[in-house]
Design a protein around this ligand. Structure first.
Ligand code: ADP
Ligand code: MG
Length: 445
Protein backbone atom coordinates (compact mmCIF):
# COMPACT_ATOMS: atom_id res chain seq x y z
CA UNK A 1 0.00 0.00 0.00
CA UNK A 2 2.95 2.30 0.33
CA UNK A 3 2.72 2.54 -3.45
CA UNK A 4 -0.23 4.86 -3.04
CA UNK A 5 1.98 7.36 -1.24
CA UNK A 6 4.74 7.11 -3.78
CA UNK A 7 7.24 9.89 -3.45
CA UNK A 8 6.35 10.73 0.14
CA UNK A 9 9.19 10.83 2.62
CA UNK A 10 7.92 7.73 4.40
CA UNK A 11 8.19 5.70 1.24
CA UNK A 12 11.71 6.83 0.41
CA UNK A 13 13.02 6.70 3.96
CA UNK A 14 11.76 3.21 4.75
CA UNK A 15 11.47 1.34 1.49
CA UNK A 16 14.36 -1.00 2.06
CA UNK A 17 14.47 -1.37 5.83
CA UNK A 18 13.71 -4.96 6.80
CA UNK A 19 11.23 -5.34 9.65
CA UNK A 20 10.72 -9.08 9.60
CA UNK A 21 13.14 -11.70 8.43
CA UNK A 22 11.99 -15.29 8.11
CA UNK A 23 14.57 -18.01 7.63
CA UNK A 24 13.92 -21.67 6.86
CA UNK A 25 10.71 -21.59 8.84
CA UNK A 26 8.84 -24.88 9.33
CA UNK A 27 5.64 -25.58 11.20
CA UNK A 28 4.65 -29.24 11.50
CA UNK A 29 1.57 -30.38 13.40
CA UNK A 30 1.33 -33.63 15.28
CA UNK A 31 5.03 -34.40 15.18
CA UNK A 32 5.08 -36.81 18.10
CA UNK A 33 4.88 -40.46 19.02
CA UNK A 34 6.35 -43.38 17.14
CA UNK A 35 3.06 -44.86 16.04
CA UNK A 36 1.43 -41.58 15.16
CA UNK A 37 0.64 -40.65 11.58
CA UNK A 38 3.30 -38.54 9.88
CA UNK A 39 3.06 -34.85 10.79
CA UNK A 40 1.12 -32.29 8.77
CA UNK A 41 3.75 -30.14 7.09
CA UNK A 42 1.69 -26.97 7.13
CA UNK A 43 4.65 -24.66 6.51
CA UNK A 44 7.64 -26.39 5.01
CA UNK A 45 10.82 -24.37 4.91
CA UNK A 46 10.09 -20.83 3.79
CA UNK A 47 12.41 -17.82 3.78
CA UNK A 48 11.49 -14.22 3.00
CA UNK A 49 11.49 -10.77 4.53
CA UNK A 50 8.95 -8.04 5.01
CA UNK A 51 10.04 -4.44 4.76
CA UNK A 52 8.94 -1.77 7.16
CA UNK A 53 5.84 0.04 5.92
CA UNK A 54 5.01 -2.37 3.12
CA UNK A 55 2.00 -4.54 2.50
CA UNK A 56 3.21 -8.05 1.85
CA UNK A 57 0.60 -10.31 0.25
CA UNK A 58 0.35 -14.04 0.88
CA UNK A 59 -1.91 -15.91 -1.53
CA UNK A 60 -2.71 -19.53 -2.21
CA UNK A 61 -5.50 -22.07 -2.17
CA UNK A 62 -7.20 -23.07 1.03
CA UNK A 63 -4.99 -25.40 3.07
CA UNK A 64 -1.71 -24.15 1.57
CA UNK A 65 -0.48 -22.96 4.99
CA UNK A 66 -1.16 -19.21 4.88
CA UNK A 67 -2.86 -18.90 8.28
CA UNK A 68 -0.30 -21.17 9.91
CA UNK A 69 2.50 -19.02 8.53
CA UNK A 70 0.76 -15.86 9.78
CA UNK A 71 0.23 -17.31 13.24
CA UNK A 72 3.78 -18.60 13.45
CA UNK A 73 5.13 -15.15 12.57
CA UNK A 74 3.22 -13.80 15.57
CA UNK A 75 4.38 -16.65 17.80
CA UNK A 76 0.79 -17.74 18.30
CA UNK A 77 2.25 -21.06 17.15
CA UNK A 78 5.68 -22.36 18.05
CA UNK A 79 7.92 -22.81 15.04
CA UNK A 80 9.10 -26.39 14.46
CA UNK A 81 12.32 -25.11 12.92
CA UNK A 82 13.80 -21.89 11.62
CA UNK A 83 13.84 -18.31 12.83
CA UNK A 84 11.68 -15.21 12.70
CA UNK A 85 13.48 -11.96 13.42
CA UNK A 86 11.51 -8.84 14.23
CA UNK A 87 13.58 -5.66 14.00
CA UNK A 88 16.66 -7.80 14.58
CA UNK A 89 15.36 -9.87 17.53
CA UNK A 90 14.75 -13.60 17.07
CA UNK A 91 11.24 -13.85 18.46
CA UNK A 92 11.16 -17.65 18.33
CA UNK A 93 13.46 -17.48 21.36
CA UNK A 94 11.28 -15.11 23.38
CA UNK A 95 9.44 -16.43 26.42
CA UNK A 96 7.27 -15.27 29.31
CA UNK A 97 7.40 -11.55 30.01
CA UNK A 98 9.56 -10.75 26.97
CA UNK A 99 7.16 -12.53 24.65
CA UNK A 100 4.15 -10.77 26.16
CA UNK A 101 5.87 -7.40 25.85
CA UNK A 102 6.80 -8.10 22.22
CA UNK A 103 3.23 -9.16 21.38
CA UNK A 104 2.09 -5.54 21.69
CA UNK A 105 4.02 -4.91 18.48
CA UNK A 106 2.29 -7.48 16.37
CA UNK A 107 -1.42 -8.18 16.08
CA UNK A 108 -3.81 -10.22 13.98
CA UNK A 109 -7.14 -9.50 12.29
CA UNK A 110 -9.16 -12.60 11.46
CA UNK A 111 -11.22 -13.56 8.46
CA UNK A 112 -14.46 -14.24 10.16
CA UNK A 113 -15.78 -11.33 12.19
CA UNK A 114 -18.72 -13.56 13.20
CA UNK A 115 -16.69 -15.93 15.30
CA UNK A 116 -13.62 -13.92 16.21
CA UNK A 117 -15.50 -11.45 18.45
CA UNK A 118 -16.87 -12.57 21.79
CA UNK A 119 -20.60 -12.05 21.55
CA UNK A 120 -21.03 -11.72 25.30
CA UNK A 121 -18.83 -8.66 25.56
CA UNK A 122 -19.75 -5.13 24.55
CA UNK A 123 -17.81 -3.50 21.75
CA UNK A 124 -16.11 -1.29 24.34
CA UNK A 125 -14.99 -4.32 26.36
CA UNK A 126 -13.72 -6.12 23.26
CA UNK A 127 -11.52 -3.23 22.16
CA UNK A 128 -10.42 -2.49 25.74
CA UNK A 129 -9.41 -6.05 26.53
CA UNK A 130 -5.86 -5.93 25.11
CA UNK A 131 -5.28 -2.60 26.89
CA UNK A 132 -6.23 -4.22 30.19
CA UNK A 133 -4.16 -7.32 29.49
CA UNK A 134 -1.11 -5.07 29.11
CA UNK A 135 -1.99 -2.66 31.95
CA UNK A 136 -2.16 0.16 29.47
CA UNK A 137 -3.01 3.52 31.15
CA UNK A 138 -5.69 3.97 33.78
CA UNK A 139 -9.41 3.35 33.49
CA UNK A 140 -10.21 6.78 32.11
CA UNK A 141 -7.35 6.73 29.61
CA UNK A 142 -8.36 3.30 28.39
CA UNK A 143 -11.91 4.49 27.86
CA UNK A 144 -10.70 7.50 25.91
CA UNK A 145 -8.42 5.31 23.88
CA UNK A 146 -11.32 3.06 22.91
CA UNK A 147 -13.40 6.10 21.89
CA UNK A 148 -10.54 7.30 19.69
CA UNK A 149 -10.19 3.89 18.11
CA UNK A 150 -13.92 3.70 17.39
CA UNK A 151 -13.72 6.94 15.47
CA UNK A 152 -10.49 5.89 13.71
CA UNK A 153 -12.25 2.88 12.22
CA UNK A 154 -15.40 4.77 11.28
CA UNK A 155 -17.66 3.73 14.17
CA UNK A 156 -19.46 5.99 16.65
CA UNK A 157 -19.01 6.56 20.37
CA UNK A 158 -22.50 5.24 21.08
CA UNK A 159 -21.40 1.88 19.71
CA UNK A 160 -19.32 1.42 22.86
CA UNK A 161 -22.14 -0.27 24.78
CA UNK A 162 -23.56 -2.38 21.98
CA UNK A 163 -22.91 -6.05 21.31
CA UNK A 164 -21.23 -7.50 18.20
CA UNK A 165 -24.37 -9.27 16.98
CA UNK A 166 -26.02 -5.87 16.52
CA UNK A 167 -23.56 -5.02 13.74
CA UNK A 168 -23.16 -5.95 10.09
CA UNK A 169 -20.19 -8.00 8.85
CA UNK A 170 -18.30 -4.92 7.71
CA UNK A 171 -18.86 -3.12 11.01
CA UNK A 172 -17.77 -6.18 12.93
CA UNK A 173 -14.57 -6.24 10.94
CA UNK A 174 -14.07 -2.57 11.91
CA UNK A 175 -14.39 -3.64 15.55
CA UNK A 176 -11.77 -6.35 15.01
CA UNK A 177 -9.46 -3.84 13.37
CA UNK A 178 -9.91 -1.32 16.22
CA UNK A 179 -9.04 -4.04 18.72
CA UNK A 180 -5.93 -5.05 16.81
CA UNK A 181 -4.71 -1.44 16.80
CA UNK A 182 -5.36 -0.74 20.49
CA UNK A 183 -1.75 -1.29 21.58
CA UNK A 184 -0.27 0.64 18.65
CA UNK A 185 1.37 -2.32 16.93
CA UNK A 186 3.94 -1.92 14.17
CA UNK A 187 2.93 -5.08 12.35
CA UNK A 188 -0.51 -6.52 11.64
CA UNK A 189 -1.35 -9.89 10.07
CA UNK A 190 -4.61 -9.52 8.17
CA UNK A 191 -5.87 -13.06 7.67
CA UNK A 192 -8.37 -12.87 4.81
CA UNK A 193 -9.89 -9.74 6.39
CA UNK A 194 -12.43 -9.20 3.61
CA UNK A 195 -13.08 -12.72 2.33
CA UNK A 196 -16.33 -13.06 4.28
CA UNK A 197 -17.69 -9.64 3.19
CA UNK A 198 -19.79 -8.42 0.27
CA UNK A 199 -17.77 -6.87 -2.55
CA UNK A 200 -18.99 -3.31 -1.84
CA UNK A 201 -18.08 -3.68 1.83
CA UNK A 202 -14.70 -5.21 0.93
CA UNK A 203 -13.69 -2.03 -0.86
CA UNK A 204 -14.54 0.12 2.16
CA UNK A 205 -12.60 -2.06 4.58
CA UNK A 206 -9.61 -2.09 2.25
CA UNK A 207 -9.69 1.71 2.02
CA UNK A 208 -9.87 1.88 5.80
CA UNK A 209 -6.86 -0.44 6.11
CA UNK A 210 -4.90 1.70 3.67
CA UNK A 211 -5.74 4.90 5.56
CA UNK A 212 -4.79 3.38 8.89
CA UNK A 213 -1.54 2.10 7.45
CA UNK A 214 -0.56 5.55 6.34
CA UNK A 215 -1.63 7.23 9.55
CA UNK A 216 0.11 4.78 11.90
CA UNK A 217 3.05 3.60 9.77
CA UNK A 218 1.84 0.02 9.84
CA UNK A 219 3.41 -2.96 8.15
CA UNK A 220 0.91 -5.54 6.90
CA UNK A 221 0.96 -9.20 6.02
CA UNK A 222 -2.19 -9.45 3.92
CA UNK A 223 -3.44 -13.02 3.47
CA UNK A 224 -5.92 -13.87 0.71
CA UNK A 225 -6.93 -16.88 -1.34
CA UNK A 226 -8.06 -14.59 -4.14
CA UNK A 227 -5.27 -13.18 -6.28
CA UNK A 228 -7.40 -10.34 -7.59
CA UNK A 229 -7.96 -8.85 -4.11
CA UNK A 230 -4.28 -8.63 -3.42
CA UNK A 231 -3.12 -7.04 -6.64
CA UNK A 232 -4.23 -3.52 -5.83
CA UNK A 233 -3.07 -3.30 -2.25
CA UNK A 234 0.18 -5.22 -1.97
CA UNK A 235 3.68 -4.01 -2.68
CA UNK A 236 5.00 -7.55 -2.94
CA UNK A 237 3.28 -10.90 -3.12
CA UNK A 238 4.25 -14.46 -2.17
CA UNK A 239 2.35 -17.37 -3.72
CA UNK A 240 2.02 -20.45 -1.51
CA UNK A 241 1.32 -24.09 -2.37
CA UNK A 242 1.41 -27.03 0.05
CA UNK A 243 3.46 -25.24 2.69
CA UNK A 244 5.96 -23.75 0.27
CA UNK A 245 6.42 -20.32 -1.28
CA UNK A 246 6.41 -20.97 -5.02
CA UNK A 247 7.05 -17.44 -6.19
CA UNK A 248 7.72 -14.07 -4.64
CA UNK A 249 8.11 -10.62 -6.08
CA UNK A 250 6.96 -7.09 -6.62
CA UNK A 251 3.22 -7.26 -7.28
CA UNK A 252 2.89 -5.78 -10.76
CA UNK A 253 5.93 -7.57 -12.10
CA UNK A 254 4.69 -10.90 -10.74
CA UNK A 255 1.19 -10.45 -12.16
CA UNK A 256 2.39 -9.22 -15.52
CA UNK A 257 5.05 -11.83 -15.95
CA UNK A 258 4.61 -14.83 -13.67
CA UNK A 259 7.65 -17.12 -13.82
CA UNK A 260 6.46 -20.11 -11.83
CA UNK A 261 4.12 -22.68 -13.42
CA UNK A 262 1.85 -22.56 -10.36
CA UNK A 263 1.50 -18.78 -10.48
CA UNK A 264 0.83 -19.12 -14.20
CA UNK A 265 -2.01 -21.51 -13.54
CA UNK A 266 -3.55 -19.37 -10.79
CA UNK A 267 -3.38 -16.21 -12.86
CA UNK A 268 -4.78 -17.88 -15.95
CA UNK A 269 -7.98 -18.45 -13.98
CA UNK A 270 -8.55 -14.71 -13.50
CA UNK A 271 -10.52 -13.16 -16.37
CA UNK A 272 -8.62 -10.39 -18.10
CA UNK A 273 -10.14 -7.02 -18.99
CA UNK A 274 -8.97 -7.37 -22.59
CA UNK A 275 -10.58 -10.53 -23.97
CA UNK A 276 -8.22 -10.73 -26.96
CA UNK A 277 -5.32 -10.99 -24.52
CA UNK A 278 -6.80 -13.99 -22.78
CA UNK A 279 -4.79 -17.16 -23.02
CA UNK A 280 -6.47 -20.47 -22.47
CA UNK A 281 -7.05 -21.23 -18.85
CA UNK A 282 -4.61 -23.72 -17.38
CA UNK A 283 -6.72 -26.27 -15.56
CA UNK A 284 -4.71 -28.08 -12.93
CA UNK A 285 -5.26 -31.83 -13.02
CA UNK A 286 -5.79 -33.92 -9.89
CA UNK A 287 -5.92 -32.72 -6.33
CA UNK A 288 -3.29 -31.33 -3.96
CA UNK A 289 -1.43 -34.15 -2.16
CA UNK A 290 -1.88 -34.57 1.58
CA UNK A 291 0.37 -32.25 3.61
CA UNK A 292 1.15 -35.36 5.68
CA UNK A 293 2.76 -36.92 2.61
CA UNK A 294 3.94 -34.13 0.31
CA UNK A 295 6.04 -35.01 -2.76
CA UNK A 296 9.68 -35.58 -1.98
CA UNK A 297 10.76 -33.28 -4.79
CA UNK A 298 8.92 -30.12 -5.78
CA UNK A 299 5.63 -29.79 -3.87
CA UNK A 300 3.87 -28.96 -7.14
CA UNK A 301 5.38 -31.83 -9.16
CA UNK A 302 2.26 -34.02 -9.17
CA UNK A 303 0.16 -31.37 -10.93
CA UNK A 304 2.66 -29.19 -12.74
CA UNK A 305 1.88 -28.45 -16.40
CA UNK A 306 5.56 -27.70 -17.00
CA UNK A 307 6.98 -30.74 -15.22
CA UNK A 308 10.30 -32.05 -16.51
CA UNK A 309 9.92 -35.59 -17.86
CA UNK A 310 12.71 -38.18 -17.99
CA UNK A 311 14.49 -37.94 -21.34
CA UNK A 312 13.51 -41.42 -22.53
CA UNK A 313 9.81 -40.54 -22.22
CA UNK A 314 9.91 -36.88 -23.18
CA UNK A 315 8.04 -37.47 -26.43
CA UNK A 316 5.07 -39.29 -24.86
CA UNK A 317 1.85 -37.54 -25.80
CA UNK A 318 0.30 -35.20 -23.20
CA UNK A 319 -2.62 -37.48 -22.52
CA UNK A 320 -0.37 -40.42 -21.69
CA UNK A 321 1.55 -38.27 -19.21
CA UNK A 322 -1.69 -36.99 -17.72
CA UNK A 323 -2.86 -40.58 -17.29
CA UNK A 324 0.44 -41.60 -15.71
CA UNK A 325 0.37 -38.73 -13.22
CA UNK A 326 -3.23 -39.48 -12.20
CA UNK A 327 -2.45 -43.18 -11.94
CA UNK A 328 0.52 -42.39 -9.72
CA UNK A 329 -1.72 -40.16 -7.62
CA UNK A 330 -4.05 -43.06 -6.92
CA UNK A 331 -1.18 -45.43 -6.18
CA UNK A 332 0.32 -42.86 -3.83
CA UNK A 333 -2.98 -42.41 -2.05
CA UNK A 334 -3.37 -46.15 -1.63
CA UNK A 335 0.14 -46.65 -0.30
CA UNK A 336 -0.46 -43.84 2.17
CA UNK A 337 -3.79 -45.21 3.34
CA UNK A 338 -2.39 -48.69 3.80
CA UNK A 339 0.01 -47.25 6.37
CA UNK A 340 -2.48 -46.13 8.98
CA UNK A 341 -4.44 -48.43 11.24
CA UNK A 342 -7.51 -46.25 11.19
CA UNK A 343 -7.60 -46.54 7.42
CA UNK A 344 -7.05 -50.26 7.50
CA UNK A 345 -10.17 -50.60 9.63
CA UNK A 346 -12.10 -48.44 7.19
CA UNK A 347 -10.85 -50.66 4.39
CA UNK A 348 -12.18 -53.76 6.15
CA UNK A 349 -15.52 -52.06 6.44
CA UNK A 350 -15.51 -51.71 2.68
CA UNK A 351 -15.14 -47.95 2.61
CA UNK A 352 -12.45 -47.93 -0.03
CA UNK A 353 -14.27 -49.68 -2.79
CA UNK A 354 -13.68 -46.68 -5.03
CA UNK A 355 -9.94 -47.14 -4.91
CA UNK A 356 -9.95 -50.88 -4.71
CA UNK A 357 -10.92 -51.44 -8.26
CA UNK A 358 -7.57 -50.62 -9.75
CA UNK A 359 -8.45 -52.09 -13.15
CA UNK A 360 -11.29 -49.68 -13.47
CA UNK A 361 -9.04 -46.74 -12.62
CA UNK A 362 -6.49 -47.84 -15.22
CA UNK A 363 -9.25 -48.16 -17.75
CA UNK A 364 -10.50 -44.64 -16.91
CA UNK A 365 -7.06 -43.17 -17.48
CA UNK A 366 -5.79 -45.18 -20.42
CA UNK A 367 -8.78 -46.94 -21.96
CA UNK A 368 -9.39 -44.40 -24.73
CA UNK A 369 -5.83 -43.50 -25.66
CA UNK A 370 -2.88 -45.11 -27.42
CA UNK A 371 -0.31 -46.15 -24.86
CA UNK A 372 3.11 -47.29 -26.14
CA UNK A 373 3.72 -50.92 -25.28
CA UNK A 374 6.72 -50.32 -23.00
CA UNK A 375 4.66 -47.87 -20.92
CA UNK A 376 1.79 -50.32 -20.87
CA UNK A 377 4.06 -53.04 -19.47
CA UNK A 378 5.14 -50.81 -16.61
CA UNK A 379 1.54 -49.95 -15.79
CA UNK A 380 0.66 -53.66 -15.74
CA UNK A 381 3.61 -54.43 -13.47
CA UNK A 382 2.46 -51.75 -11.01
CA UNK A 383 -1.12 -53.01 -11.12
CA UNK A 384 0.10 -56.50 -10.21
CA UNK A 385 1.96 -55.15 -7.19
CA UNK A 386 -1.17 -53.38 -6.03
CA UNK A 387 -3.26 -56.49 -6.43
CA UNK A 388 -0.65 -58.41 -4.43
CA UNK A 389 -1.21 -55.90 -1.63
CA UNK A 390 2.01 -53.90 -2.11
CA UNK A 391 0.95 -50.41 -3.19
CA UNK A 392 4.14 -48.99 -1.66
CA UNK A 393 6.23 -51.09 -4.04
CA UNK A 394 4.09 -49.97 -6.97
CA UNK A 395 4.64 -46.37 -5.94
CA UNK A 396 8.42 -46.85 -5.86
CA UNK A 397 8.38 -48.74 -9.14
CA UNK A 398 6.52 -45.96 -10.95
CA UNK A 399 8.76 -43.35 -9.36
CA UNK A 400 11.86 -45.17 -10.60
CA UNK A 401 10.49 -45.59 -14.09
CA UNK A 402 8.70 -42.29 -14.69
CA UNK A 403 10.15 -39.96 -12.07
CA UNK A 404 12.35 -36.98 -12.90
CA UNK A 405 14.32 -34.37 -11.02
CA UNK A 406 10.95 -32.76 -10.15
CA UNK A 407 9.97 -35.90 -8.20
CA UNK A 408 13.35 -36.48 -6.61
CA UNK A 409 14.77 -33.13 -5.63
CA UNK A 410 13.48 -29.97 -4.04
CA UNK A 411 14.16 -27.05 -6.41
CA UNK A 412 16.16 -24.05 -5.24
CA UNK A 413 14.37 -20.76 -4.61
CA UNK A 414 15.95 -19.12 -7.61
CA UNK A 415 16.39 -15.45 -8.41
CA UNK A 416 14.48 -14.70 -11.63
CA UNK A 417 15.02 -10.97 -11.95
CA UNK A 418 14.82 -7.85 -9.81
CA UNK A 419 13.68 -8.87 -6.36
CA UNK A 420 11.87 -11.85 -7.86
CA UNK A 421 12.29 -15.46 -6.83
CA UNK A 422 10.69 -18.65 -8.03
CA UNK A 423 10.79 -22.26 -6.88
CA UNK A 424 11.16 -24.40 -10.00
CA UNK A 425 13.81 -26.67 -11.52
CA UNK A 426 13.23 -25.13 -14.91
CA UNK A 427 14.97 -21.93 -13.79
CA UNK A 428 18.29 -23.70 -13.47
CA UNK A 429 20.34 -26.18 -15.49
CA UNK A 430 19.66 -26.54 -19.16
CA UNK A 431 16.03 -27.46 -19.23
CA UNK A 432 13.61 -25.75 -21.56
CA UNK A 433 12.14 -22.68 -19.89
CA UNK A 434 8.61 -22.56 -18.53
CA UNK A 435 7.29 -20.44 -21.41
CA UNK A 436 8.45 -22.75 -24.16
CA UNK A 437 7.08 -25.82 -22.45
CA UNK A 438 3.69 -24.29 -21.68
CA UNK A 439 3.41 -22.98 -25.24
CA UNK A 440 3.91 -26.48 -26.54
CA UNK A 441 2.04 -28.55 -23.98
CA UNK A 442 -0.81 -26.28 -23.03
CA UNK A 443 -1.31 -23.97 -25.99
CA UNK A 444 -0.18 -26.34 -28.71
CA UNK A 445 2.06 -23.80 -30.43
P1 ADP B 1 -4.71 -21.85 4.78
O1 ADP B 1 -4.79 -20.73 5.76
O2 ADP B 1 -3.82 -21.57 3.61
O3 ADP B 1 -6.07 -22.31 4.32
P2 ADP B 1 -3.83 -23.42 7.06
O4 ADP B 1 -2.60 -22.75 7.52
O5 ADP B 1 -5.08 -23.14 7.81
O6 ADP B 1 -4.03 -23.12 5.50
O7 ADP B 1 -3.61 -25.00 7.05
C1 ADP B 1 -2.50 -25.62 6.44
C2 ADP B 1 -2.55 -27.11 6.73
O8 ADP B 1 -2.31 -27.34 8.11
C3 ADP B 1 -3.89 -27.75 6.42
O9 ADP B 1 -3.65 -29.04 5.93
C4 ADP B 1 -4.56 -27.81 7.77
O10 ADP B 1 -5.47 -28.87 7.82
C5 ADP B 1 -3.39 -28.04 8.70
N1 ADP B 1 -3.60 -27.46 10.04
C6 ADP B 1 -3.85 -26.17 10.33
N2 ADP B 1 -3.95 -25.99 11.67
C7 ADP B 1 -3.75 -27.21 12.23
C8 ADP B 1 -3.73 -27.70 13.58
N3 ADP B 1 -3.91 -26.89 14.62
N4 ADP B 1 -3.50 -29.02 13.75
C9 ADP B 1 -3.29 -29.85 12.72
N5 ADP B 1 -3.28 -29.45 11.42
C10 ADP B 1 -3.52 -28.15 11.18
MG1 MG C 1 -6.45 -19.61 6.39
Amino acid sequence: MSQTVEGSSRQTATASETLIEVENLKKYYGDSGLLAEPPVKAVDDVSFDIKRGETFGLVGESGSGKSTLGRTLLQLETATEGTVSFAGTDITELQGKDLKEWRRNAQMVFQDPESSLNDRMTVGEIIREPLEAHNWGNKKERRERVMDLLSEVGLQEEHYFRYPHQFSGGQRQRIGIARSLALEPEFVVLDEPVSALDVSVQAKIITLLEDLQEEFDLTYLFIAHDLSVVRHICDRVAVMYLGKIMELGETESLYENPENPYTRALLSAIPRPDPTATRARITLPGTPPSPRDPPKGCQFSTRCPAKIYPAEYDDLPNEVWDGLERFREIVRERSRLSLSTKDRVARQLGMFSKYDDIDEAVNDFFGDIDVPSDVDEHIDAAVEMIKDGHPGDAREYLLDEFGSICDHERPAFTSVGDDRQSYCHRHVDDYEDVDTVLDRRVYGE
